[in-house]
Design a protein around this ligand. Structure first.
Ligand SMILES: [Fe+2]
Ligand SMILES: [Fe+2]
Length: 322
């Protein structure tokens, strides 16, 4: 069986294993004695990991000629530091296996990609008001954006940081908000606005991040962020639709601007409608649960507590999950 990154746990402690990985970035650092070493950013279809390359000087000229992402046949030593698995790159070369493609070494959503596209259509059909439908169509379903929206990742770390991440996350949030809209008997108009702001709230992540597998923040993403870009592009699209209802416009844009829920989480305004508050809560639910699940999975399969998950401020108990 081919070795994968998620298998490199205590079981292989102090052993050297051969494994094929995607290299996405290299950070060169200096040790106290002045010697250069490097941290290699690696991934396969199971997870992302870093490995330290102590012999950087031996490989520096090879690495400087490589274009990322590239596929490497690696020999990695599994070590441990303060209870965490640590990987050391012992040697590597460009992969000789012609059959392996970059696509095969990219993490992707566990949901079926074709079905997700169908579900996205279903939620679009729930919207009734033609002007709101047109807005969502322009940004999500138009030829210019649709492929990106359906394949991009929603983050570099934390949650939904894999291929089809935006699509899966948007669908999750659409599911949650639709249930709340029905349970609380929102009007059709409120529901239309809620669905539209949900479709569009993280839309701008297609511009905030490079496509997978590199997945770095773009210059535009670093300087402007997805909240501003999303609100700005939504406003532009609204202005191109004749006679768009002004109240609907402001409410949808407030929903996008406010979806992080508070100023300290990067929203410039607070949720000012019930729709915007539902979106914020549903967005948080989707992100938090996903980050806990991914973190617990990455922490090995012994019972007991995980390390502390920084974005949730606590550790999690792994007992009896079967
Ligand atoms: Fe967001
Ligand atoms: Fe989101």
């Amino acid at each position: 069986m081919e070795m994968t990154l998620n298998q490199l746990s205590d079981k292989y402690l102090n052993k050297e294993v051969s494994i094929t990985l995607l290299l996405t970035d290299v950070k060169v650092k200096k040790a106290r004695n002045g010697k250069e070493y490097a941290d290699l950013f690696l991934q396969d279809q199971t997870q992302k990991s870093e490995a330290r390359l102590w012999d950087y000087s031996v490989y520096s000229s090879i690495l400087s000629q490589m274009e990322y992402p590239c596929i490497l046949d690696c020999v990695i030593q599994v070590g441990e530091y303060k209870g965490q698995t640590q990987l050391t790159m012992k040697s590597f070369q460009s992969s000789k296996d012609q059959d392996i493609t970059i696509d095969q070494l990219v993490q992707r959503s566990k949901w079926n990609a074709e079905k997700m596209r169908d579900w996205l259509d279903d939620y679009y059909e729930f919207i009734q008001a033609p002007h709101i439908k047109e807005l969502v169509h322009k940004l999500v379903f138009s030829e210019q954006h649709y492929e990106k929206f359906c394949t991009h990742s929603a983050a570099k770390t934390v949650h939904h940081n894999y291929m089809h991440g935006i699509l899966q996350h948007t669908l999750e949030v659409l599911k949650y908000v639709k249930i709340v809209a029905g349970t609380k008997r929102l009007t059709q108009r409120q529901t239309d606005r809620l669905l539209a702001m949900t479709f569009l709230h993280d839309w701008a992540k297609i511009r905030e991040y490079e496509p997978v597998p590199l997945n770095d923040l773009t210059v535009e993403g670093k300087l402007l962020g997805h909240i501003f870009i999303g609100a700005y592009e939504t406003k532009k699209a609204i202005e191109s639709i004749e006679g768009f209802n002004q109240d609907d416009a402001l409410i949808i844009i407030n929903g996008i601007l406010a979806h992080h829920g508070s100023l300290e989480w990067g929203s410039p305004v607070l949720p000012k409608t019930v729709e915007a508050q539902i979106l914020h809560q549903a967005d948080k639910l989707s992100g938090d649960v996903e980050s806990i699940l991914a973190f617990v999975e990455s922490q090995g399969d012994e019972d007991g507590f995980t390390d502390r998950l920084w974005n949730m401020g606590t550790d999690y108990y792994k007992g009896g999950m079967e």
